[in-house]
Structure formats: C-alpha cells, structure tokens
Design a protein around this ligand. Structure first.
Ligand code: SF4
Length: 430
C-alpha cells in the first residue's frame, strides 16, 4: 500500500489508489508541500490535526533549511541518508516515533512510543548522537535520561506538540497557588496532602520538574491508572495535566464519578469552578487535549460497525470519553499494536490513533483488515514537520563534526524532572 505521504501526493494530483487505510481527502492541501515552506512563512503548528491550535509565543523556531536540502528526489535522499548512517556507524542512533511518516521511519534504529524511545539511549552506550524523529518534549526526555556526552538532536525545531504546549509552568504554578490558598497545605488524618500533581509524559521538562519538586509524578498512557493509585495513596486529590481526556478516561475506568472530575480552565478564575465543586473533586483535569485524537467521534465508531460487521474498534485514551465508551477497547499505542499482533487472521480493526501508525499496522498485518476511524487523512502536525530532508541535513552535519538542533535541558530542571520520572518507574504496573 502507498504510504500516507505518497497517498497525500496522489490526492494532490487528483489520483486515488484503491485499498487504502483511510479516505480520499486530506484536512489541508498544505500537507503536500515540503515542511521547509512553513518554517518561516507560516508560523504555527503547520498542516495536520493541530493546525487550528495556537502556538505559544516563544516556541522554538526552525531556521532556514539550506536550499540544497529542499526538494531532493526520493532516490537521492535515500542514497545520502544511508551513506551518512553508514559513515557514522555506532556513533549514531536514529529514533522514530510510531506516528512518524514511513519515509523517516525506514531509517530508524528503534521505533516506539515516547518513553520507550527516551530509554533507548541506554541500550546503545557507544552512541554519541541520537537523532530523535519525534517531537520536542520527547527529545527533552531523551536528553534527561541519556549521558551528558550524548547529544540529542531534533531534526526540525518546529516539531513541538500542541497538547504539551497547552500547559506551561507559569500557568500551572498560578493554578497550584490558587489550590493551596483554597485547600491549605496540611495533610489529613491519614497523612495525605491536599493535592498531588501528575503530568502526562507529553509535557515539557519544566512541568516534569514541577512535579518532582511538589511531590508529584509522571505517567504514560500505559501506566496512568497505576500512577493515579500511587497519587491517591499520598494525596486527597490529583491535579492532572495537560491532557484532560487521558485523565478523565483513566479516572472513569477506576470508578471515579464524573462529577468528581472537574476541568480546570486556566483562563477563568478558580479554573471555572466554585470552591465547593473543587473541594469535592478527586481529579482536577487541565484543559488540554490532543488534536489528533480529538478528531475521533462516536459517529465514526457507529459507521465502522455499520459498514464492517464484526469490526473491533480500538482507540487511544487521549480520545474523548464518549468515543472510548463507544469503542470495544482503549489503550496506548503499544496496547493497540499488541492487540493487532495477537488477533486471529481475518480480524477487522477500526483504530482511533494517528494515521501513520494505523497505516503501518495495516502494512505489517495483511492478514487483517485495518483502517483508521477517521476517513480524512490528517496526520499529527508536529510529527509532519520532520521530513527526510531535515534528517539528511542533521546527519551530514554530524559527519562533518557539527551538531545541529541539539536539545539540552538545563540541570536545574533535569534534576527534579528525573525525580518525577524515577517515581513513575518505581510504580508497579496494575
Ligand atoms: S499526536 Fe497529539 S500528543 Fe502526540 S505529538 Fe501529536 S499533537 Fe502531541
């Protein structure tokens, strides 16, 4: 099957291959352009699911990609990337996130979710440079977990994450002060403090550090319920950021009533709730979301069931609660991958996660029918900013001994952030 990038180009010229994982339209015609056309001309997240999200002021900006790297043929890119990889040998480690385009993933030494990739450096002690084909917060985590002499490189600095950007440390600190003013700081009779901060892996290093300093912890979509158990052993309630959907879906699966899970909107006084409501809350959900997973709807689930009797619908828990409720199962990228691998041949899956991952699953498992719940091709905008041209640019610089686009987390942030990450690693999976 053609890759998602190839399908986007076919749609651009008015052709449409049969037997594809998704529909015959894209959410933006800009997806067919090279990302270098956006780096300066169109500040923002770029085309794809996050294109309507607001890029915070001060976000990292990608400089001009040298002309010689723009618009190279697929063959030339392939030849030069492979030559640079070969020349750099064991000094180089290329990491690729599940949501990355196939045209980049084919060069990755490891493919995985954000935390699996951040830990991969430990398996290659000889690697001096790790080129992280993912987004900014992932590269930060890799930098914090790798040796100081290992350089983590993000091929395009514009590859942020709109969900991670929805919570920044200043706004979360304001919220924290409001909550302390309301609840005080004294523990209850069983020693539990009023609030424990929990941040999703998809957040800045500064927010992980905030959790480390304030008795809090990091979670992933695989361990969120075990982490919430940990937090409730130590606190009366949890402040969960930045993804409200993961927080709500996890809390609901743990039996917490919806009225005790309250959205905190940082733009409103007391987050938009009364003191009474906040005092009764068990989870305060930051008003953040992933624009990729927000696209999935109950109607899409119903349509998949109508068109494909016997279909199994699996969605990521960053999807809205109604969609998770309507699906057969919900789980992390790794959970989805394992479910597909374990299924009987001939199974039919409608999957609610990023389209590049769904397409790859479909390619790897021709024994099943696999398609994306969303019929519009709308990849993650941030992952889309990494193109093979940027990969080649940073690799050829490394060959010359130049490190471009290095991501470095200052030690004053990395030390408390590692505390929150270590707490997460100490939590036994459920
Ligand atoms: S899929 Fe969502 S959470 Fe993941 S990088 Fe893209 S915008 Fe961020």
């Amino acid at each position: 099957m053609p890759s998602i990038d190839e399908t986007i180009q076919l749609i651009r010229i008015g052709e449409r291959p049969g037997n594809v994982t998704s529909g015959s339209s894209t959410c933006s015609s800009d997806l067919a352009a090279g990302p270098w056309e956006l780096d300066e001309a169109k500040p923002g997240y770029g085309p794809g699911a996050s294109m309507a999200d607001v890029l915070p002021a001060g976000s990292p900006v990608q400089g001009v990609l040298p002309q010689e790297y723009r618009g190279l043929s697929r063959e030339e890119l392939d030849l030069r990337i492979r030559a640079a990889k070969h020349a750099l040998g064991e000094k180089l480690l290329i990491l690729g996130h599940y949501y990355q385009r196939d045209e980049v993933i084919r060069y990755a030494d490891f493919v995985g979710d954000s935390f699996q990739l951040a830990q991969a450096s430990r398996t290659r002690p000889k690697a001096e440079a790790m080129v992280f084909c993912g987004v900014h917060f992932m590269a930060e985590t890799a930098d914090m977990l790798s040796r100081p002499d290992q350089a983590v490189i993000l091929p395009n600095l514009a590859a942020g994450c709109s969900m991670a950007d929805m919570a920044d440390v200043d706004t979360v600190t304001d919220c924290w002060e409001d909550l302390h003013a309301l609840f005080g700081e004294a523990p209850d009779a069983s020693g539990r403090v009023p609030v424990i901060p929990v941040t999703y892996m998809n957040s800045s290093a500064a927010l992980k550090a905030f959790c480390g300093k304030h008795g809090g912890i990091v979670c992933t979509s695989s361990n969120a319920s075990a982490v919430l158990d940990w937090a409730f052993e130590r606190g009366q309630r949890v402040l969960f950021f930045p993804d409200q959907h993961l927080g709500r879906n996890t809390g609901k699966a743990m039996g917490i009533p919806l009225e005790q899970m309250v959205v905190w909107n940082p733009n409103e006084p007391l987050g938009g709730s009364s003191e009474e409501t906040l005092k009764n809350a068990r989870i305060l959900l930051w008003h953040g979301y992933c624009s990729v997973h927000k696209r999935f709807t109950v109607e899409q689930v119903q349509l998949a069931r109508m068109r494909h009797p016997g279909v199994r619908v699996i969605v990521h828990p960053e999807s809205p609660m109604e969609v998770v409720d309507a699906a057969d199962e919900a789980g992390s990228t790794d959970f989805i991958r394992k479910k597909v691998e374990a299924a009987e041949p001939g199974s039919i899956f409608a999957i609610g996660t990023e389209i590049n991952m769904v397409q790859r699953l479909a390619d790897q498992h021709p024994e099943h029918t696999i398609f994306c719940l969303d019929s519009v091709i709308c990849p993650c905008s941030s992952m889309y900013r990494i193109h093979p041209s940027y990969l080649l640019w940073v690799l050829e610089a490394l060959e010359r001994g130049e490190v471009l686009n290095r991501i470095v987390v200052p030690e004053e942030i990395a030390i408390p952030a590692r505390v929150a990450l270590e707490r997460m690693l100490s939590v036994k999976p459920r």
